[in-house]
Design a protein around this ligand. Structure first.
Ligand code: COA
Length: 161
């Protein structure tokens, strides 16, 4: 199928938009499918009502297929989570989501953004590096896996100008 035809068939070009309370259940579902310790619907509802939290959704047609969440404090922010529906990964969709999210953070006066990423998470590291984040630290055995294994975290930072 040609590019435009397959986009139309799957619901059109994906759009990055502010998430609303009505997205909480779907965001929890996406989070739970992406991380070992999933956040519940109530946690998303709380984040969606807090003024210091910024949540964007990635919507294709009527379906939400990704999200990005940051917490802001003064002129700094931390990206708490970003995920794409597992069926939609590898299409470059996270880049638009992240860059739009960063643009909104800049618009809120954020100057510096931090995040943590598991050292072996190659797609996420590549995403962040291409978006201008640099490694500023490493936390040994930071993430505990369900099987008991411990994985290292990298701390990354990007300054917005
Ligand atoms: C991380 C995540 C959001 C990336 O979303 P995505 O839309 O699938 O990412 P993309 O298709 O844009 O790929 C991102 C980059 O990683 C590269 N990549 C993808 N899979 C890879 C792999 N297995 N090894 C190395 N690089 C890989 C892509 O080529 C791309 O790099 P490029 O822009 O130079 O081509 C997605 O994989 C996800 O939801 N993962 C589970 C949740 C998660 O780990 N979130 C990050 C927590 S810090």
């Amino acid at each position: 199928m040609s590019g435009w035809l397959s986009r139309w068939w799957s619901g059109g070009t994906p759009a990055v938009e502010p998430a609303s309370l009505r997205d909480a259940a779907r965001l929890a579902q996406l989070h739970g499918a992406s991380f070992h310790r999933g956040w519940g619907e109530g946690e998303f509802e709380a984040m969606l009502t807090e003024r210091n939290t910024l949540v964007h959704r990635l919507r294709q047609g009527r379906k939400v297929i990704g999200f990005a969440v940051s917490r802001m404090a003064a002129d700094e922010a931390e990206i708490l989570s970003i995920a794409i529906d597992s069926n939609q990964r590898g299409r470059g969709l996270s880049r638009d989501l992240l860059l739009t999210h960063l643009g909104h953070l800049a618009g809120r006066g954020i100057r510096t953004i931090f995040l943590e990423v598991e050292e072996n998470n190659a797609p996420a590291r590549r995403l962040y590096e291409r978006a201008g984040f640099g490694v500023i630290g490493r936390r040994e055995r930071y993430y505990k896996q369900p099987g008991g294994e411990h994985l290292n975290a990298l701390l990354m930072r990007r300054d917005l100008s």
